[in-house]
Design a protein around this ligand. Structure first.
Ligand code: ZN
Length: 411
């Protein structure tokens, strides 16, 4: 009976998780879900629970770590050939949401294998606004640690990354001979977080606005519009149109234009669009020597980094040509397209729009150029026609959604 209940509840949880699995860009709402894996066989029991938030980066890291633990467990189970000893893996978690600004998570890993118990604690502390993990050092200064924590709580060394923060306590976990000692420090006793100042933006220069509209459900039909060769004088109009229709796109810029269109690119980033690399000055990349190729790519990367503290992650090779030179010499994700508007060729916006409307499907990547007047008009027709049916996302978001769909489909 117990078994049946576990199976039924886990099916329910998994179904609920799949239904509610969404990607939210730079926004967090505190409706956490749980991922549950239950395996019950003769030699091995596995119960894994871990949180699924709506923060992609956090989910990905937790999932990766959990999978690694699970894999190692199965390997050591096999290696030891423990027929008469049922082995166990259990992973549980605690999650603290701090004012929708930070998330603190603790994973408790318990393994029983070869008649031996093993415990492990893993913690994550995530800064939602800046979309990054923080370490203890980012949260408590050395001075504060030495003055208010070290002697009082008898802690020898400053912990690196084993801690949680709830609404009342900072808890530090110290590993000693395969055991963990936890030290609870009331928040009011320390100048906790004074390094990061809750509610203020520290390092991120470009805060995405209107984040709420950018909710992507993996069940949404999505299209990635891409604009090559810009920016240009038309780009601002294109940005306004995208904004009007709650759409985002990817702009594959040329490095040599970045200085000239600083304001435009800045606005583009703030609005949640993605900037990709389209070389420095549109050389036919496959014809270049390695050094020249690297120069084309790196110069654009460098100027984006220097000007906006932004590192492009995707590359659109000029003329859509790819060879081993490109494949082997860049870490950027090479992104082509599957719907070509030929907007450089056709002057009639209707003709351009009709090459998209009726030809796109879920997951399409559309090639356009923000360097033509007719493209602006065509874009308006496209957005007006397709916005109800499709969500317009960046190419990296499209990749993320595809990956999530694949992962969920494979489970
Ligand atoms: Zn081009």
């Amino acid at each position: 009976m117990k078994k049946i209940i576990i199976i039924i509840s886990s099916i329910f949880i998994i179904t609920a998780t799949i239904i509610s699995f969404v990607v939210i860009r730079n926004n967090y709402s505190p409706n956490d879900k749980v991922k549950t894996i239950i395996i019950d066989n003769k030699n091995m029991v596995v119960g894994i629970n871990y949180p699924i938030t709506n923060i992609y980066k956090l989910n990905r890291t937790i999932k990766k770590n959990v999978n690694k633990i699970y894999k190692n467990f199965k390997n050591s189970y096999r290696k030891n050939n423990l027929k008469n000893n049922r082995s166990e893996l259990n992973i549980d978690y605690k999650i603290y949401n701090l004012d929708n600004k930070y998330i603190s998570i603790k994973l408790d890993v318990f393994e029983f294998i070869n008649n031996k118990e093993k415990k492990q604690i893993i913690t994550y502390f995530f800064d939602i606004k800046n979309n990054k993990f923080l370490l203890f050092n980012d949260i408590v200064s050395n001075k504060e640690f030495n003055k208010n924590i070290k002697t009082k709580y008898n802690i020898k060394n400053k912990p690196n990354n084993l801690f949680t923060i709830s609404n009342s306590y900072l808890t530090i976990y110290i590993e000693e001979k395969e055991k963990y000692k936890s030290i609870k420090i009331p928040l009011e006793n320390i100048n906790f977080l004074f390094d990061i100042e809750l509610g203020t933006d520290i390092k991120t220069k470009y805060k995405k606005v209107n984040a709420e509209k950018n909710v992507i459900d993996i069940n949404d039909k999505i299209i990635a519009l891409t604009f090559d060769d810009g920016p240009s004088k038309y780009t601002d109009e294109i940005l306004n149109l995208l904004d009007k229709y709650n759409a985002n796109a990817t702009f594959f810029v040329l490095g040599n234009k970045v200085e000239l269109y600083k304001e435009t690119i800045n606005k583009s980033i703030i609005n949640g669009n993605e900037i990709g690399n389209h070389s420095y000055n549109h050389k036919w990349l496959i014809k270049l020597k390695k050094e020249e190729f690297l120069d084309q790519i790196n110069k654009t990367q460098d100027i984006m980094k220097k000007t906006f503290d932004y590192t492009p992650k995707v590359l659109r090779p000029t003329y859509g040509s790819i060879n081993s030179l490109i494949r082997e010499n860049t870490n950027l994700r090479i992104t082509l397209w599957n719907v070509d508007t030929l907007d450089w060729k056709y002057k009639n916006p209707k003709t351009i729009a009709s090459r998209v409307i009726g030809h796109v499907k879920d997951g399409s990547i559309v090639l356009m150029h923000d360097t033509h007047k007719q493209t602006v008009k065509a874009l308006e027709m496209i957005l007006n026609d397709l916005s109800n049916e499709y969500k317009f996302v960046t190419v990296s978001e499209l990749d993320e959604v595809n990956l999530l769909r694949k992962q969920l489909g494979a489970e």
